[in-house]
Design a protein around this ligand. Structure first.
Ligand code: GRG
Length: 322
């Protein structure tokens, strides 16, 4: 992956995030806390993916600026809110995020909750302010915005990321819950592990991690005017990529240390959490990361569009080379 190119894209996202973040001192420190939570580092993967997916289907700078960029920022606001809430004492109770004190550690517990709430609202405020009239002469722009908005809400909400967090933090493993569609792992040569437990765990990952990647790739494609078949291919790519990314995260939790990762490690073991890497062992988990990365790349290749940048990005981000 070309490091300069990715740096340039990350900086571009940071610039537009600053444009869309509010500056208001009438409501105490909320804007400061929102800015801290969004701009305190972060790779901007989801925003970059959304814009790249848009470009696969539409090369038009004006539409990209007025149309896709607000969505890319909204997605980063939702991602930032989820991290702020995930770090709260009621959830992961973490003190370090992106190498810096977590929002509730810096601003207090109540502000941690409120900052997440404010960022979630800001996401939808940002999207609903797009000027659809000025964007497209095919009369289709408003429809695409609504479809992408619905997709984002669904993927981030109760049956998506939030649902995954519910299973992850408040529910116990239930062998009766058979996760849908992980049958492809049956064809891999993995041994000595509890299959049902792995499928249940992957189901949680799909919800809590993949759904935002799916939203990124699908919203970009929808806004860019992709056909239904192409949108579904992007969804499949996001699902596989999220699984690869999350399993790699589990592996790093076991094999890396906090100074390298910028967040606490061995947290899964401390919290007694079943992770794919703990269920399978690190070596087999590495095989699964490779399998899902290849699946994600195959899915975007199916669209027959120019996918060069996204292919490189998928490889690098799963290997955490960014
Ligand atoms: C609180 C509703 C709610 C949901 C939280 C996303 C999530 C669900 C929790 C965060 C912790 C976690 C294990 C997330 C999985 C995805 C993941 C590894 C997020 C970190 O994403 P990066 O690496 O973060 O893209 P940066 O800091 O680069 O933006």
């Amino acid at each position: 992956m070309n490091k300069d190119l990715i740096k340039q894209k990350t900086e571009h996202i940071n610039d537009i995030l600053k444009e869309y973040l509010p500056e208001n001192t009438n409501c105490g420190r909320i804007c400061e806390a929102m800015g801290y939570s969004v701009l305190n580092g972060g790779k901007r993967l989801r925003a970059i993916m959304l814009l790249e997916a848009f470009r696969m289907f539409c090369v038009d700078e004006i539409q990209e600026k007025k149309f896709a960029e607000p969505f890319a920022c909204a997605l980063e606001f939702i991602h930032a809110y989820s991290l702020v809430h995930d770090d709260l004492p009621a959830m992961d109770n973490d003190v370090l995020r992106r190498g810096k004190p977590t929002t509730h550690v810096k601003f207090g517990h109540a502000m941690g909750v409120l900052t997440g709430d404010a960022l979630l609202n800001l996401a939808y405020e940002t999207i609903s302010a797009v000027e659809t009239d000025a964007l497209s002469d095919d009369g289709d722009a408003a429809k695409r915005v609504l479809k992408a908005l619905h997709t984002l809400g669904e993927k981030a909400g109760f049956s998506g990321m939030v649902g995954g967090q519910v299973l992850d933090t408040t529910e116990k493993y239930d062998p009766k819950i058979t996760a849908k569609g992980f049958n492809e792992i049956d064809s891999l040569e993995l041994s000595n592990f509890d299959t049902n437990k792995l499928k249940y765990t992957l189901h949680i990952y799909e919800l809590k991690t993949s759904e935002l990647f799916e939203a990124a790739l699908m919203c970009g494609a929808i806004l860019g005017g992709a056909a239904e078949k192409e949108i579904l291919a992007m969804e499949r790519a996001g699902r596989a990529l999220g699984l690869a990314f999350q399993i790699e995260d589990d592996i790093l939790d076991i094999t890396s240390d906090a100074s390298v990762l910028g967040k606490s490690t061995n947290i899964d073991e401390k919290n007694g959490k079943d992770t794919a890497a703990r269920i399978l062992g690190v070596d087999q988990a590495v095989m699964l990361v490779k399998f899902y990365t290849d699946t994600a790349i195959d899915a975007i290749l199916n669209t027959d569009r120019d996918t060069g940048f996204l292919e490189d990005l998928f490889e690098s981000l799963v290997m955490r080379k960014l």
